[in-house]
Ligand binder design. Structure first.
Ligand code: 1OR
Length: 300
């Protein structure tokens, strides 16, 4: 007979069964809301999603200033925020130290729907930051290390790996830290268009931003008889409508078969804040030999 052991790919966790923490309908509803906008969950199939929901454990953080994760520690859980804000602190020495300054510098805050604690689990690395409850505390959902690695990590890890090289080559993103590019990778979706298809249509509302991974695309504008811009690998388009809530200023058409990394409006607003200045500066620094739409040399 076939033993359960031999059907498991990892011999060290051959007897692993996903933990099941029963939940009330109310808990389930709250949990579904909390993970709804979280990109780490978005590519799970129904079966994996159910398994992860079962495995999550509610963890109440009843006061401010509670350390949920300490920089330098080993990773045990991954957390999703249902309510409350949580501050991120990084001590340049690599670990929390004693004393009032021991947490290091506050570098950001994560709110409801956000998540943290994945890095140490993904890379078997010490915790990269300290996470402390802010305001009144809040409510977290915790996923154990093994379930995270076996179920939740596969897709997101592959996605981060897949996009790591490409995002590192995109000039617009070169000022970002690797962690910031990893968060962008989580939110990207690969889309393909065939030669001649419209990717963006002038005059329509904008809902996404695009990075071009392979192939070429061309921008056209009503009333202009030539292409106003050509895009190749590493170029971006679709930012103007999202930055200023304006209709699409041009159509962008696939010149050959193209592969794009698509970032929706929410991801764009949330993750490209640090480079908004660069996108806008390019608009303002336009000079005469640059195309008004695209900030680059006009294609003839
Ligand atoms: P972890 O398992 O290392 C701490 O535990 C968590 O803080 C980490 O996973 C991330 O989920 C989260 N750098 C490192 N970790 C961060 C950062 C961060 N932001 C959130 N975490 N940043 C510095 C980038 C140079 C971004 C600060 C806004």
């Amino acid at each position: 007979s076939v033993s359960a052991e031999s059907m498991q790919p990892d011999s060290d966790s051959g007897n692993w069964k996903p933990p099941k923490h029963p939940k009330t309908p109310d808990q389930l509803a709250r949990l579904r809301t909390a993970v709804a906008g979280n990109f780490l969950f978005s590519s799970l199939d129904e079966e994996s999603f159910t398994l992860v929901l079962d495995a999550l454990v509610e963890k109440s953080i009843p006061a401010p200033n509670i350390k949920v994760i300490a920089q330098g520690d080993e990773g045990d859980y991954f957390y999703v925020i249902e309510s409350g804000d949580f501050d991120i602190h990084i001590n340049p020495s690599g670990a929390v130290e004693a004393g009032p300054e021991g947490l290091g510098n506050k570098v950001g805050t994560i709110g409801p729907g956000g998540s943290f604690g994945e890095l140490a689990l993904m890379y078997n690395a010490p915790r990269a930051a300290t996470i402390v409850s802010a305001s009144k505390g809040g409510l977290l959902w915790a996923l154990d290390r093994v379930t995270f690695r076996r179920i939740l990590m596969n897709n997101s890890f592959q996605k981060r790996e897949m996009y790591e090289g490409f995002l590192g080559e995109v000039p617009l993103l070169s000022s970002l830290k690797p962690y910031e590019r990893a968060k962008i990778a989580d939110a990207l979706e690969t889309v393909k268009y065939q030669s001649g298809q419209n990717i963006i249509t002038e005059g329509e509302p904008g809902d996404a931003f695009y990075l071009l991974e392979s192939g070429n695309a061309v921008a056209y504008k009503h009333g202009v008889d030539h292409a106003v811009k050509e895009y190749g690998r590493g170029d971006f388009f679709g930012e103007l409508a999202l930055l200023d809530d304006k209709p699409r200023a041009a159509s962008v058409v696939a010149k050959d078969n193209v592969t794009l990394a698509k970032l929706g409006r929410d991801g764009f607003k949330r993750l490209l804040g640090p480079v908004e200045g660069i996108m806008r500066r390019e608009e303002y620094e336009r000079t005469d030999d640059l195309d008004p739409l695209t900030h680059q040399k006009t294609v003839t």
